[in-house]
Design a protein around this ligand. Sequence first.
Ligand SMILES: [Zn+2]
Length: 192
Amino acid sequence: MKKALIVVDVQNDFCPGGSLAVAHGDEVVAPLNKLMKEFLDRGEPVYKTRDWHPPKARHFADYGGTWPVHCVQNTPGAEFHPNLLDDPRVTVISKGIDEGADGYSGFDGTQLAEQLREQGIDEVWVGGLATDYCVKHTVLDALREGFRVRALADAMRAVNINPDDGAQAIAEMRAAGAEIVGSESKEAGRGN
Ligand SMILES: [Zn+2]
């Protein structure tokens, strides 16, 4: 069983103070840093995805979409959280780069599946932001691509536009075949 770690969208705009802040989003940094270090120490691949939108993406409410402007290419909001481990061995996957793309999933419009297969990866561990959007879609696509998936409940947080969105996302990931590890109360955003 060869595994890889996928750290989803731990970017300034999704953390407290950002334009699309996820409550307690920065709390994923510490557990993900620990895992990244462990994976890299064992020589296992680590990927970081990032939302990387053009300024006039249709994904944004101003241009017909859903969301406030966030993670615009080459802006501070699109940078990874300053405390997130930075290492030259980590592969960065940029998504949502087309004006018409939502880019919720790290597999959407990227080479991630091909890169994982080239490395002989069987299983991916996934955490990051946010549980109910980019993490969920990345997990579901990984399963569709034939990878085993461990969803890291302690290392993800939800937007929770509706209070149960995080919990429902977890249920959906589990129903699709992901193994949920860690405390589900955190990723579901309960107790905030
Ligand atoms: Zn986005």
